[in-house]
Ligand binder design. Structure first.
Ligand code: AMP
Ligand code: MG
Length: 351
């Protein structure tokens, strides 16, 4: 079963509290044979392959159409694996592993010789994390190898948070899809570079900058952006998370955002466009073709969890443009705004 692949994948529903061992063994068998398995993690659905098998990792890049210089994260189920995959585990890394693993924090460290360059996009560093999901951990353990797993979507598109999203995007190109229901966090892990002089967030995610600062003291946030040509994290420069519809993010104080969102919606509808608005439960009743609520502004976890699914929902409703209420870039808001701004190709209106 290491085709790339033909026909229908095997879709297997799995119990996320007590993963059935026979189902885990099917997935692990595919990984060991160099195939591709899509599975849930606590963040988003991943497209997994044996991280130490260059041919298997090459399939991930082909299936996702991912640029070869964008490295993939290596997932482990046992903290001791870090010592095999890296040259040096600084004390800061050990502290973070103790506090945040398993969980949505990825650490970038100097790679060891066993990690193939295709996995690291040619870099001498490797990104590693231990996911907080029983299904993922069981597959890794049962495979007996670390698993490279970027999000299970074509490069550039919104990440998948359900097995149905994976089926739609990559269906016939994977061997097995494990269906564990919608993912809990909904945005990807925080990527933290520990090889820099000051620990640097390369991608904001499920663990907040504030949480990291409470442990490390000073933490930089890399000024990521599409315009940046030379970046330490290749993923930063590529187009990301984009729905088919055009997108504009409105940022500022909430009352001013609300007025601007309606104004932009009116303007685009007058121009004959089918307009969607991504709103929050505090929003007034907007006038648009499609309005979707991500959650309360006071509950960023819910907004994060719903974000990618709602972006996809606008495409299903065939809107031409999505106008989005920004949130404050604090706590989980930083990861939410990062995804929204990239999805919008940095079309941002500050009011
Ligand atoms: P994904 O696999 O789609 O969740 O994306 C992984 C992210 O981690 C991308 O933004 C990568 O560029 C970044 N990343 C992975 N490995 C490294 C590394 N060795 N150095 C810097 N960034 C990395
Ligand atoms: Mg991704």
């Amino acid at each position: 079963m290491s085709k790339e692949s033909t026909g229908k994948p095997m879709i297997v529903e799995v119990d996320i509290e007590r993963p059935e061992i026979d189902k885990i063994r099917i997935a692990a068998g595919v990984i060991r044979n160099g195939g591709l398995v899509a599975f849930p993690t606590e963040t988003v659905y991943g497209l997994g392959a044996d991280a130490l098998n260059p041919e298997a990792v090459a399939k991930i890049f082909r299936v996702k159409n991912r640029p070869a210089d964008n490295p993939v994260i290596v997932h482990i189920a046992d903290k001791r694996e870090v010592y095999k995959l890296t040259r040096d585990v600084p004390i800061k890394a050990r502290e973070l592993m103790d506090l945040f693993w398993p969980g949505p924090l990825t650490l970038v460290l100097e790679k060891s010789g066993i990690v193939p360059h295709i996995t690291t996009g040619g870099l001498e560093t490797v990104a590693i994390r231990m996911p907080d999901h029983k299904v993922t951990l069981a597959i890794i353990t049962e495979s007996g190898t670390p698993i490279a797993a970027p999000s299970a979507n074509p490069a550039g598109k919104p990440s998948p948070t359900t097995a149905r999203h994976v089926m739609k995007d990559l269906g016939c190109k994977v061997d097995v899809i494990l269906d564990g229901g919608p993912t809990r966090v909904g945005v990807e892990s925080t990527v933290l570079d520990l090889t820099a002089h000051t620990p640097t967030i390369l991608r904001p995610g499920g663990i907040t900058a504030e949480e990291l600062r409470s442990v490390l003291g000073s933490v930089k946030i890399h000024p990521a952006g599409v315009k940046i040509e030379v970046t330490p994290s290749p993923g930063m420069k590529h187009k990301h998370y984009a729905p088919n519809a055009a997108m504009i993010v409105v940022e500022g104080n909430f009352d001013v955002i609300v007025r601007k969102v309606q104004e932009l919606a009116d303007e685009h509808r007058r121009g004959g466009k089918r307009v969607g608005i991504m709103a929050t439960s505090e929003s007034p009743a907007y006038d648009a073709d499609v309005v979707k609520i991500t959650g309360s502004r006071a509950d960023l976890k819910t907004i994060a969890r719903n974000l990618f699914g709602i972006l996809r929902g606008f495409d299903e409703e065939k809107v031409d443009i999505i106008i989005v209420e920004g949130v404050d870039a604090k706590g989980l808001g930083l990861a939410i705004m990062d995804r929204l701004e990239r999805a919008a190709g940095h079309r941002i209106v500050r009011v």
